[in-house]
Design a protein around this ligand. Structure first.
Ligand code: SF4
Length: 200
């Protein structure tokens, strides 16, 4: 990891995701990987066989030796904005395995858990207003839940905020309502779903 990424990751682990999001936003939305230091490399080198979300980092380093150093060397030389985007996309996709931004899968586990719990109310509100922004899975679910339970919200804007088509937004709403009926969505969303059902 570059020193910059160390600061960014430490900040995120303390609950402040601003640095990670801002740094990642300096990359192109779709083609960010073209500027990655690992572009064109065999992806296997970023998947150390002994690494996994519940492994011990020191043990992984001991087992993997120079092969791991070789892979980590790419991350250390990666532009910080690209490395931040790489880490952010891994969090957004909930990738369990593989090296990202110089972090082993086991070193990302705590960050993954924190990201899943993260709900930035300002980011959710911005998405509901149609501002396309980088959202965690929990935040996306919150946006869909809020939209599903508020008939005053504009579908086109919400779809734009989520970066999806209007048609796909309604599919997400159907899936959300199904989860509410099955009782498998978050407590707050369930409560909102229940109150809506009661009112219907
Ligand atoms: S941080 Fe590492 S894995 Fe991610 S894009 Fe850069 S070189 Fe590739």
């Amino acid at each position: 990891m570059t020193p910059d990424m160390t600061v960014i990751v430490d900040s995120a682990l303390r609950g402040d995701w601003t640095l990670l999001l801002e740094t990642a936003s300096h990359t192109e939305e779709k083609n960010w990987a073209e500027k990655a230091r690992c572009a064109g490399q065999v992806t296997d080198i970023f998947l150390p066989p002994s690494d996994g979300p519940r492994e011990d980092a020191e043990e992984v380093r001991r087992k993997e030796g120079e092969a791991l150093d070789f892979a980590l060397g790419f991350c250390a030389a990666c532009p910080v904005s690209v490395a931040a985007r790489c880490l952010l996309e891994a969090l957004r996709q909930d990738e369990e395995y593989g090296i990202r931004a110089g972090l082993l899968a086991c070193e990302r586990a705590e960050l993954r858990d924190a990201w899943k719990r993260r709900v930035d109310t300002e980011a959710v509100s911005a998405a509901l207003r149609g501002v396309t922004t980088l959202l965690s899975r929990q935040e996306r679910e919150e946006v869909v839940a809020r939209f599903a339970n508020d008939q005053g919200l504009d579908a086109d804007r919400v779809a734009q905020g989520l970066g999806v088509s209007r048609k796909y937004l309604w599919q997400l709403v159907r899936e959300y309502r199904q989860r509410v009926r099955q009782g498998v969505t978050s407590a707050s969303a369930s409560e909102r779903g229940a109150s809506r059902s009661d009112a219907a």
